[in-house]
Design a protein around this ligand. Structure first.
Ligand code: 13P
Length: 249
């Protein structure tokens, strides 16, 4: 049985004070909830604070990005060792915003995934098609290309720990989420690709999230799908009550 996993991606939102206010309220509302895994991915500047707040709770800490080297002269970058040092267990890799604004391609995503695994972090790998690609019927091709590129050279012991977030780019921050069945179809395709590349066991072990305009009203549409094991939540994770509603439902 795959444990459901709900992750909050705060993106570039919240000062330390904002993060503190969120945590006070979320921790009191959620009362050490354990039925699903809950991961909070704040900006780098709040990782230390969030760790301090959640260290005696069941909740996990995640980062939104990393650089693949362990250390070195890479001004402005953050290494996997530093993330581990801060208590991170997860790291989001290949988010469409990183692909769009920071030029991350499948090769970079692959290096980051390898580095995360080598340093004991579990990657949440984001993939998804743009609207033009969906309209042209290219969704499956894009998913296949992104997965093959990202997983190049990775072994099955690592891949079975992976979380894949299917985030159609057109659904991110738009208020237009995918339909549950369509997201489930892509999640099935992801398992087929993993089965071909690795094995049926690995395909059944990896967890697949849906992301893109998730809110308390539509979360059950996704979590009721057989191939979807959770959600990666952006905007709706910024408010403690809304995020708690999503986790609880
Ligand atoms: P929204 O939930 O704001 O659409 O963002 C989704 C997302 O990008 C999560 O990584």
């Amino acid at each position: 049985m795959r444990k459901k996993i709900i992750a909050a991606n705060w993106k570039m939102y919240k000062t330390i004070k904002d993060a503190e206010n969120f945590l006070r309220e979320f921790l009191s509302l959620s009362n050490n909830y354990t039925e699903k895994e809950v991961v909070i991915c704040p900006p780098f500047t709040s990782l230390f604070l969030v760790r301090e707040y959640i260290k005696d709770t069941p909740y996990k800490l995640g980062a939104q990005n990393l650089f693949w080297e362990k250390e070195g002269a890479y001004t402005g970058e953050i290494s996997p060792i530093m993330l581990r040092d801060l208590g991170c267990e997860y790291v989001i890799i290949g988010h469409s915003e990183r692909r769009q604004y920071f030029g991350e391609d499948d090769e970079i995503v692959n290096k980051k995934l390898k580095s995360a695994f080598d340093n004991g972090l579990i990657p949440i790998l984001c993939i998804g098609e743009k609207w033009e690609e969906r309209e042209k019927g290219k969704t499956n091709d894009i998913i296949i290309k992104q997965i093959n590129g990202a997983l190049e050279g990775l072994d099955k012991e690592n891949v079975k720990k992976l979380v894949i977030a299917y985030e159609p780019v057109w659904a991110i921050g738009t208020g237009h989420s995918a339909r549950g069945e369509d997201a489930n179809e892509v999640a099935s395709l992801i398992r087929e690709i993993i089965e071909k590349k690795y094995s049926g066991v690995v395909a059944q072990e990896i967890r697949i999230q849906y992301g893109g305009s998730v809110n308390p009203k539509n979360i059950s549409e996704f979590l009721s799908q057989p191939e979807i094991d959770g959600a990666l939540v952006g905007g709706a994770s910024l408010n403690p009550q809304t995020f708690w509603e999503i986790v609880r439902i």
